[in-house]
Ligand binder design. Structure first.
Ligand SMILES: Nc1ncnc2c1ncn2[C@@H]1O[C@H](COP(=O)(O)OP(=O)(O)O)[C@@H](O)[C@H]1O
Ligand SMILES: [Mg+2]
Length: 253
């Protein structure tokens, strides 16, 4: 198996990026070592995974944001940054977690990008898979990050708006990167009634769908109770759909 596969999970806000990311982290952890990156400042990937993190890369990020454009000690700064990021990784029995932390102000996206790049460049840390739960916007999609990600996993739901966002992310990813790995589009929260509509909207937007994840009431219920969404039963249709996505990821490797 190839080492260091980076998967970025993107899509409009609220479509289920964190759910899909968390489930993938759990499943991929059965096949190798996983680093889960919570790159969405409004997000809760650790909670979705049922773990509590105490560290984040906030301080490393500040250092980048405040760094002078041209510094004589640029390489020292890079080393310091790498170390800070590395130190922010928290280890759990099944997987490791790196939280970006919350921060207001300018420079946030470019800093997120920078950290992600550092992590992807640091595949020598030894993770077989890196799953990045991305911010909902498109701002984080820079040339370097996009090129260095192996799989852009775009999540949408059966709504017109999120399908359009998925299309924009797909087009932007392709524009930004010639030698891009692969793009996978998955439709989340699908019911029997909405599936035909979702298929039509996907066709209309030129999206070929890798998987449909059924609506699973228990996911929202667990979320409400503050319990990890990854607690859904293995045999539930939503969990099976994730297994299917996981197999597709593994076959890309
Ligand atoms: N397949 C699903 N079935 C039912 N509810 C879901 C499903 N996927 C996600 N949800 C719920 O939808 C909401 C948004 O999901 P979340 O993963 O937080 O989205 P995002 O990270 O894209 O903002 C949450 O309340 C979550 O529990
Ligand atoms: Mg989220």
């Amino acid at each position: 198996m190839r080492m260091g596969i980076a998967i970025a999970v993107s899509g409009k806000g609220g479509v289920g990026k964190t759910f899909v990311s968390a489930m993938l982290v759990k499943r991929l952890a059965e096949h190798g070592t996983v680093l889960a990156i919570d790159a969405d400042p409004d997000s809760n990937l650790p909670e979705a995974l049922g773990v509590t993190v105490t560290k984040n890369v906030g301080s490393a990020r500040e250092a980048i944001v405040n760094a002078p454009a041209r510094s004589k000690v640029a390489s020292a700064k890079e080393d310091y940054l790498k170390l800070s990021i590395h130190e922010a990784v928290e280890e759990f029995p099944e997987f490791d977690v790196l939280a970006m932390g919350r921060s207001e102000g300018e420079g946030c996206y470019c800093a997120v990008n920078h950290v992600i790049r550092q992590v992807i460049d640091s595949r020598a840390w030894g993770h077989d898979f890196t799953v990045i739960d991305c911010h909902a916007g498109l701002e984080h999609l820079s040339r370097r990050t996009t090129r260095d990600v192996d799989i852009m996993l775009i999540v949408t739901d059966p709504t017109k708006n999120s399908m359009m966002t998925a299309r924009r992310i797909k087009e932007l990813s392709q524009e930004l990167s010639v030698e891009f790995g692969s793009i996978m589009v998955v439709v989340n929260r699908v019911t029997e009634e909405t599936r035909p509509m979702a298929e039509k909207m996907a066709r209309d937007n030129g999206l070929s769908i890798a998987a449909y994840i059924p609506y699973e009431p228990l996911v929202a219920e667990l979320d409400l109770l503050g319990k990890p969404v990854t607690d859904i039963p293995r045999e539930s249709p939503a969990s099976r759909a994730i297994d299917d996505i996981c197999n597709q990821v593994l076959s890309c490797v």
